[in-house]
Design a protein around this ligand. Sequence first.
Ligand code: GLY
Length: 335
Amino acid sequence: MSELKRRTFFKLGLTGALLTAFKPSKAAELMEEGVNSSKLRRAIQPMVVSTWNHGLAANEAAWETLSAGGNALSAVENGVKVTEADISNRSVGIGGLPDSSGKVTLDACIMDENSKCGAVACLEGINHPISVARAVMEKTPHVMLVGKGAREFALDQGFDKIKTPVKEAKKAWKEWKKEEKRKSPEINHENHDTIGMLAIDQFGNLSGACTTSGWAYKMPGRVGDSPIIGAGLFVDNEIGAACATGMGEAVIRIAGSHTVVELMRQGHSPQKACEMAVNRIIRKHDNLENLQVGFIALNKFGEYGSYSVYAGFNVAVKTADKAELEDAPYLMEWE
Ligand code: GLY
């Protein structure tokens, strides 16, 4: 199928469809059956996929929105807000670990089925950066606000202030500060667990959200991949959506989530696209020590995939039939 035909097919084939009872493995077959296939019209059911085990609780909130007839955009926003509000989470939202100076700075972005998007970076002391990102998308002519400007915008919009770091995060930062030999940011698979979430709604539309407090004890002013459209998150409603977790610098270098979506556009499955993006990262780096990156991807048919550089990454999946945490396939074991 030519690129043009494929794109037309994706667009026309799902318009107005009532989407239930999807069997992911049938996607290729359904594509072959064409635009008017009755099977295709029944092909897709709402679903949510998200990164790491905190995705399980977040998916439940997203599912509540989808079940109540809400769209994918509201589902991903409501989903990741659960993680942002969890004070025991050290890598997302209110409970996040600070930068090297002791300040917690939050990054987030959101993207909908019309390729509208919004982002905030280096946002301090404001609850729910994902909702601020959505407000940037819906209420400004811009895509991204950072630092002081983002905070002022959020306060103008009536967002609540929060006090960070929380006690436990401050204690961890003080311990880190004490140990002279550990003055560089901490990179490991535990402190890179951004939540990225992708959802498909009853109308067959896709949206995504990504939010994090970033690399623990990062340099002040550092921004990772999570708020960068195309790096931490990308959605193209004709094709699919992807998001990333792990070392943001490596993800930015290959425009990771955009790369995954473009690989799907070329005809690769979400699984294969995630694997190819990870392999591209591997080829661009000589030193792979601690270089954990994971991608998840969801295509227009509800097929999903995940892959990471190192073992330990997992993807939370929610459909009408299941709510599960699945281990992502990976390239290497930790030494
Ligand atoms: N992926 C999150 C970060 O690097 O900040």
